[in-house]
Ligand binder design. Sequence first.
Ligand SMILES: [Zn+2]
Length: 396
Amino acid sequence: MLISDSAYCTKCVLKRNHPGVVFKDSGECDLCNGNSMEIYLDKYGSIVDGYETFMSSPPVSHGDYDCLLMLSGGKDSMFMLNKLTTETSKRIIAYTYDHPYESKYAIDNIKEIGRLIDVDYISFASHAKYKKMMRKVFLSVDKASVPFKAEKIPCAVCSSYLIATACLMAIDLKVPYVLYCADPVQMLGVEHELKKMIQSLAFHLGLDFLEELLGRKAVEILEQDSLDLPLVVFPYVSMMGSYDREAIITDVKKLGKLRPSSIGTMCSLYPLLEYYSYKNYDCCIDSLELAAGARNGALPRDTLISMIGEYRKIILEIAVKDRLGDQDMAAIRDFTRKVHPESEVEAELLCHKIVSLRPVAQELGILNDFLVSEVDLRSKEEDEFLRSTRDIGEDF
Ligand SMILES: [Zn+2]
């Protein structure tokens, strides 16, 4: 089946209304014709510089640690922690922001890795503030300005907040480098300078709320240029050409009783993120990554386009229902098996994530303000239309 629908880029799977992506008359998106590569090349260059500065820096003389590594309990941070402790002499402190939507897999992995690797560890939590921040982000959508990656705003705000808390912890501990273990694709999508991260948080949350969340120090970072700030380092830049997800999972499993499953360790807000991006921007939250796969031929374009459409229906019309019947569950299972034909366990984990859409929204306190079934919305609009035509009829 060839999908030649003019709604999509002729080369990848981006829709013509994808946030912040410009399309040529030929139907090709700017990412496919290479016009947006300069931004990525600049960013890549500065990430490489940061990594080289960190690797070549001598041991810190004024403190106990050379770097703080953000340990999320996912495969990438566990693999990197092990790699750096075995291959370098860097003195590492592992840091976790214990947020309320962490998966059980990730929590268990962090406990287990603490037993397997001899490293100092510190964690920090502020559940009430975290929830207040995510409520605000999910509920405030600026339809007037739709920048590139608008569909990922809740994810970006959360990442910036987590990295900022790690940096503030590093400032207290006098640690000059903060390691964030995003994979080579993810790292290009994340802001990499602390000051810019805090600026972006201030933009999305407001200055007063930023101070409430991160304290006075965060505002000082915005106001003063002379502060000596930790450098955020992306260690996976060293594996830019050799990153192999499956090999990393295999290596992590060899360390001990760890469960490095990508879906298993995914944060439980994920279904809300999917809903947010389909509902507000008519795209799957992973569209950019899937488009990159279609562009380089790793993923079949037509299959992806039909799966993205199917997923949209599952999130906006099925998962959003307050009661899921047997038919609904069968449709969700059918879809998750198509996404993970090789693993029944991963398919079931994804199914569990999807059906948790409403319970998670309820727990966060945004159920009624955030979730609206597309089917309900359509029938409400139809009712209103019928009522308005009846009123007009009565007037005549
Ligand atoms: Zn394209």
